[in-house]
Design a protein around this ligand. Structure first.
Ligand SMILES: Nc1ncnc2c1ncn2[C@@H]1O[C@H](COP(=O)(O)OP(=O)(O)OP(=O)(O)O)[C@@H](O)[C@H]1O
Length: 260
């Protein structure tokens, strides 16, 4: 049994004052193994965010179901943590207190809450910014706080909706390295929505390519990232080859290399 199972999900939205329906997802199925990083890519409007929001429980599917560790989800739950494109930190709280927010919602009391939040503050390298408010943090620091907040509740699955999309390329690259390091330490199952082919190749074990609300193909990446930094990995022939396969999957009509 896979850790996360997306089973034949369809989603239609009512439009034009509820008269017409727009089909955002049409029979989407894929499975994610424990500890795997899976990227969702696809053209604009292909249903990536809708799929992620359904997995998170922020949106209900018109049909089909999502299972986490064998249990069908209904609505949001602490078994899933979400990282948004803009970290959505509470402006009146400091970094530690923002990271502890999900724990507070979960009912974790002090001093346990601060102990756990401090651990994740350090994990994402924000120990020095513990008492700062969000307006005193850079974009990259805010995203790191968002990742720490999502991880602090100890979810089974971490869901990321274009988490680095609003950052400059240098910050994005360094956060790729940090996310891989965090993944190596926590072993979390991660699903990441991205527009960025390089981000998908750099981070994902497998990439689900969505087109027109359907799974077009699933591309296996599995780069060997163990021995070098992201910058070095990006310079390898293997990286270029995997990127070309993914480019074809996104832009071509014919599946090149699929695996499920
Ligand atoms: N709340 C909504 N009401 C009506 N239609 C919606 C709603 N949310 C999404 N859609 C439609 O569903 C389809 C898929 O949207 P979605 O945002 O999931 O795509 P996406 O692949 O994430 O796009 P992008 O890459 O541009 O963010 C689009 O046609 C969109 O217009």
């Amino acid at each position: 049994m896979a850790h996360l199972e997306v089973c034949n999900i369809s989603k239609s939205f009512r439009t034009s004052g509820g008269v017409e329906f727009a089909r955002a997802l049409d029979g989407v199925s894929f499975a994610v193994e424990k500890g795997e990083i899976v990227a969702l890519i696809g053209p604009s409007g292909s249903g990536k965010t809708t799929a992620l929001r359904i997995i998170m429980g922020l949106e209900s599917a018109s049909s089909g179901e999502v299972r986490v560790a064998g249990r069908a989800i209904s609505g949001c739950g602490y078994d899933r943590g979400m990282v948004f494109q803009h970290a959505e930190l509470l402006p009146w709280r400091n970094t530690l207190s923002n990271i502890g927010y999900g724990l507070e919602m979960k009912g974790v009391k002090e001093p346990e809450r601060s102990r756990i939040a401090s651990h994740f503050l350090e994990l994402v390298g924000l120990g020095h910014a513990r008492d700062r408010r969000p307006h005193q943090l850079s974009g990259g620091m805010k995203q790191r706080a968002g990742i720490a907040r999502a991880l602090a509740i100890d979810p089974e699955v971490l869901l990321m909706d274009e988490p680095f999309g609003a950052l400059d390329s240098q910050t994005r690259e360094s956060l790729h390295g940090e996310l891989l390091a965090i993944h190596a330490k926590t072993g979390k199952t991660i699903i990441i929505v991205t527009h960025d082919l390089d981000e998908a190749v750099m981070l994902a074990d497998r990439v689900v390519v969505l087109k027109g609300g359907q799974v077009d193909q699933i591309v296996t990446v599995e780069l060997d990232r163990s021995s070098s930094e992201p910058g070095m990995v990006r310079a390898t022939d293997e990286y270029a080859r995997k990127r070309a396969v993914l480019w074809d999957a996104l832009h071509g009509d014919t599946p090149l290399e699929t695996a499920q």
